[in-house]
Ligand binder design. Structure first.
Ligand code: SF4
Length: 471
């Protein structure tokens, strides 16, 4: 049994990791033929992509996927720690599984992802959730087949969570949920330690994949007919800093853009690491989508400092304007936290002022959620929940107005759309524009999922646009 330790996870002396190739234990291949599994994924795209690996690992040892948890022999929760809400949802699901297990004694229940890296969660599971058969962390996902085998053979709770990141594993199997859009990890972990964030502890220090491994994966996706790749990392802009002197995110983006892939996206970008080289490359290559997610979190310098964000409102705006100027037609989205401990009305008005300057195309807005073990959890917080809710509502009204205002400007314009599906309405399709806008459209001729088509925009709504396919 290996338990997580936050103090251990906090240590950032230079780690000496190597890249190893994944190999499945031959004895476990197809061992569980006939068994069914269900995965519930919470949180970000990194987790979604981890679940694509988990699905492939489970399939390789014989499990088959089912769409209802009540039909499964194995239920696995891939969890998220970023906000209390995600935490509560996972524990709520464990409550439902407890009831299911009363009727279905052989049900195997597992928990993985970021929550598994938190010592307090593991304490709770060992004390109050003894029916959970196994837990593994973000650093040892590749050991899933052995962990399940051990849990089933011994009928004892297995907890295998490494506090520190280990080697980087290449060659994990993957079953992608989409045949045209793929996630590609380029860097794991985060060294930024924003004071409110649990990720540097749950995902470990920044570790970049070797460029040749990333480029090979992109080549395979192109061969398989993929139209869009999203390069993933907690902070993709730090790519390569731990590996190479002179090959970082800008260089990687450029090498990928030279390939025959129609659409490239990347997320998430910390403003601190956003280099001029990156901006130049994004502006230069038409297959890098003109859509950037640039989390600001607050418009108050005082709060940005307390958050440990390493930029000021002024330097953020400088970067914002540089991107807008260099990348033609770019849309910029953001994340904003309201009610950070000590945030005053004046600080909040600074945030509104920044939003009024940037007029974002999209914004994910949240009330501060304290995460145990982070520095912000220890800060004094005099703002009431009522005040925080009120600020969130005021902020949402402002950001929503800009979403609509920006979308209105697109009426009458023609946008390229990657078709993702057919809507329930007759002859209606939906997909995303190059600028990452959700487009619903009609078409007189046949359209297939995975096509990139031109759509003329007829009317704008706050969160989507309606149009018709044109030649
Ligand atoms: S950059 Fe900050 S908010 Fe983003 S994952 Fe790292 S610590 Fe968390």
């Amino acid at each position: 049994m290996k338990l997580p330790n936050l103090e251990e996870a906090r240590k950032r002396n230079k780690i000496d990791y190597k890249t190893i190739d994944f190999k499945i234990d031959e004895k476990l291949k197809n061992k569980f033929n006939g068994k069914k599994f269900f995965i519930k994924t919470y949180g970000c795209q990194m987790n979604e992509h981890d679940s694509e690996n988990i699905e492939a690992l489970l399939t390789s040892i014989g499990f088959k996927k089912v769409s209802k948890y009540t039909d499964a022999d194995l239920v696995l929760l891939n969890t998220c720690s970023i906000r209390e809400n995600a935490h509560n949802k996972a524990f709520g699901m464990l409550g439902r599984l407890k009831h299911l297990k009363m009727d279905k004694k052989d049900l195997i229940i597992g928990l993985c992802g970021c929550m598994a890296q938190e010592a307090s969660v593991i304490d709770e599971i060992m004390k109050d959730y003894k029916f959970v058969n196994f837990v593994f962390g973000t650093h040892n996902l590749y050991q899933l087949p052995e962990i399940i085998d051990e849990a089933i053979r011994t009928n004892k709770q297995q907890i295998e969570v490494f506090s520190r990141e280990g080697d980087l594993v290449e060659g994990l199997p993957v079953i992608r949920t989409n045949n045209y859009k793929a996630y590609v990890n380029i860097i794991y972990g985060c060294d930024k330690f924003c004071t409110y964030c649990i990720v540097p502890y749950t995902r470990g220090s920044e570790r970049s994949r070797r460029r040749e491994d990333i480029l090979k994966e992109i080549d395979e996706l192109i061969k398989d007919g993929y139209k869009e790749v999203t390069l993933l990392g907690q902070n993709v802009n730090a790519y390569g800093k731990d590996l190479y002197e002179d090959y970082h995110m800008g260089e990687l983006l450029e090498d990928i853009a030279k390939k025959d892939i129609p659409r490239i996206r990347f997320m998430t970008s910390h403003p601190w690491d956003f280099t001029d080289k990156m901006i130049e490359v994004i502006g230069k290559y038409p297959n890098i989508m003109p859509s950037v997610h640039l989390p600001v979190q607050s418009g108050s310098d005082r709060i940005l400092k307390l958050m440990g964000r390493r930029y000021t409102k002024e330097s953020y705006l400088e970067l914002f304007n540089k991107i807008k100027k260099t990348v033609k037609g770019v849309t910029i989205s953001t994340d904003i936290i309201v009610g950070f401990p000590g945030e005053t009305e004046e600080d909040f008005l600074e945030t509104l002022d920044l939003v009024n300057t940037c007029k974002y195309d999209n914004a994910f807005t949240f009330i501060f959620s304290a995460r145990k073990g982070t520095p912000a959890d220890k800060l004094k917080d005099n703002t009431t929940l009522k005040e925080k809710e009120d600020r969130l509502q005021r902020l949402n009204e402002v950001v929503n107005n800009y979403f609509l205002e920006n979308n209105k400007k697109l009426e009458g314009k023609t946008l390229p759309v990657l078709v993702e599906g057919v809507s329930s309405k007759k002859n209606m399709y939906y997909g995303y524009s190059d600028t990452n806008k959700l487009i619903n459209f009609t078409s007189k001729d046949k359209v297939s999922v995975g096509d990139i088509v031109n759509v003329k925009i007829n009317s704008a709504k706050t969160w989507s646009l309606d149009g018709e396919k044109v030649k």
